[in-house]
Design a protein around this ligand. Structure first.
Ligand code: TRP
Length: 462
């Protein structure tokens, strides 16, 4: 009862700020939207690819460690900065960094650029999802040539699909927060879970699956090296949408009566479960595909870890399903496309919200101007795929995201006044000061996060 009253009071106090901005209309709406941002290609494409590249279960274990030891504390930090500032990342940083004009602009601006670069390659991979969703439809209509074009790697295919996906993203973002993001995220995620579960169960009945299961779940620690560490850290930051201010933006749309550490935990658990399930699906599926004659290993016996491995393995799995295969393939790729869309909109939201507030641009204008500029970058990457794609992915996700994470950790740990921070987190969590979270997290973010992130980056480049 007393809690209710207190919550209502806080809500009333904040009504003035909240009225001026769009907010998530419900807690579950936020969790679904933030989980929607987190769950995407990082889970179904990035994670299994990295597991395959790094030899299986050892990567899985280190990844789990990175999520809970480094990424989760940073998720709370980013959400807190955003909700405190109630603005775009630059504005939110400015309100934490009182009196500083250039630092928030510099770091917020850098975050914005990295977000845009991530979106530029994200659209290309998401475009592949569109192609693979359309392929069974074209085959079904007997349009074999077109179907072949869709699934075959080519500059024209990559570029046109990336443009289609980008236009979808721009369109959703230009519609605004509440009806854009929330509506998409809340409805379809559960369906994706169910489909995953069904596919995993089915796949376990196929020859070769058990060998994949062993690779995925029985660790070989001789595989652990500096590259694996930095890959796992980058993957954790990527999967939880950290570093570039996306979670700051989402935090800023969050009401003051929400318990931040709790929703952050929920989001991290949902995201990690989906990644784990995707690995459970894709890694054994590789071995099933191998059993069925698809080339998965090179002559040296290593998994071929090309960027589109997942897109060879899953269609091969659908092929084993007989008549129902094409239908399941369409449903799967469409749902994945929507999951990718709820992620890409959170990426575009970063520069768009900055332009909207800082430059006073209308949402529609800033969505289109920035979105079209990002399409141009995507096209440049498509035209130089061999040289640029891997480079941009590595530069942004493996290095820049964690590096920006160091900055946010320093801001929260050293710049933000401890009492202000406590007050921010206490809203929605009145007992916070007595609990273990508050005993550990502030010094953890202050010392452990920056040092550990820097150390991992350092060992990997030295
Ligand atoms: N986390 C998303 C995924 O796993 C991608 C994503 C959305 C992202 N927003 C982000 C990655 C911000 C980095 C930063 O697919």
């Amino acid at each position: 009862m007393a809690k209710d009253v207190a919550a209502k009071k806080t809500a009333a106090n904040d009504a003035a700020i909240e009225a001026s901005r769009g907010h998530f209309s419900s807690k579950i709406g936020f969790i679904m939207a933030a989980a929607g941002s987190a769950v995407g290609l990082g889970n179904i494409w990035g994670f299994p690819t990295k597991v395959a590249e790094n030899g299986g279960a050892a990567f899985l274990l280190i990844y789990l460690l990175m999520v809970f030891v480094l990424a989760f504390p940073m998720l709370v930090a980013e959400l807190a900065i955003g909700r405190y500032g109630q603005g775009n990342p630059i504005a939110s940083l400015r309100s934490v960094w009182q009196g500083k004009r250039w630092a928030p602009l510099l770091w917020g601006g850098l975050a914005m650029l990295v977000a845009s670069l991530i979106l530029s390659f994200y659209s290309i991979v998401a475009g592949w999802l569109i192609a693979f969703a359309a392929e069974p439809v074209f085959s079904g209509l007997g349009l074999m040539e077109q179907a072949g074009w869709l699934t075959e790697f080519s500059t024209a295919r990559n570029a046109s699909m990336a443009v289609i996906f980008s236009l979808l993203t721009i369109w959703v973002v230009s519609q605004g927060v509440a009806d854009g993001i929330e509506k998409w995220s809340t409805r379809l995620m559960p369906l994706l879970f169910v489909l995953f579960a069904g596919m995993i169960v089915y796949m376990m009945t196929l020859d070769g699956a058990s060998q994949g299961l062993t690779t995925y779940l029985v660790p070989d620690f001789s595989q652990v090296d500096a590259r694996l560490l930095v890959d796992a850290m980058g993957q954790a930051f990527f999967s939880l949408s950290l570093g570039v201010g996306a979670m700051m933006v989402y935090g800023s749309y969050l009401k003051k009566d929400v318990n931040l550490p709790k929703v952050a935990t929920q989001v991290a658990i949902i995201d990690t479960s989906v990644a784990f399930a995707a690995g459970l699906l894709v890694i054994p599926a590789m071995f099933v595909a191998k059993h069925n004659g698809v080339e998965i290993f090179n002559d040296a016996g290593d998994l071929i870890s090309s960027g589109d491995l997942v897109f060879q393995v899953l269609p091969a799995l659908f092929d084993t399903m007989g008549a129902s295969g094409p239908f399941i393939a369409v449903i799967f790729f469409v749902l994945m496309m929507i999951a990718a869309l709820t992620s890409s909109i959170s990426l575009l939201e970063v520069p768009v919200s900055c332009a909207q507030d800082e430059l006073g641009m209308a949402r529609k204008t800033s969505s289109w101007v920035i979105g079209l500029a990002i399409i141009v970058i995507s096209l440049v990457i498509c035209l130089n795929f061999g040289t640029l794609f891997g480079l941009v992915v590595d530069f942004t996700t493996v290095y820049m995201q964690p590096a920006l994470g160091i900055i946010w950790a320093l801001v929260v740990g050293w710049v933000w006044h401890r009492n202000e921070l406590l007050h921010e987190l206490q809203q929605g969590n009145p007992e916070l000061a007595q609990g273990w979270f508050w005993k550990i997290w502030p010094w953890y973010v202050r010392f452990v996060c920056p040092v550990a992130i820097a150390a991992v980056i350092f060992v990997s480049v030295s």
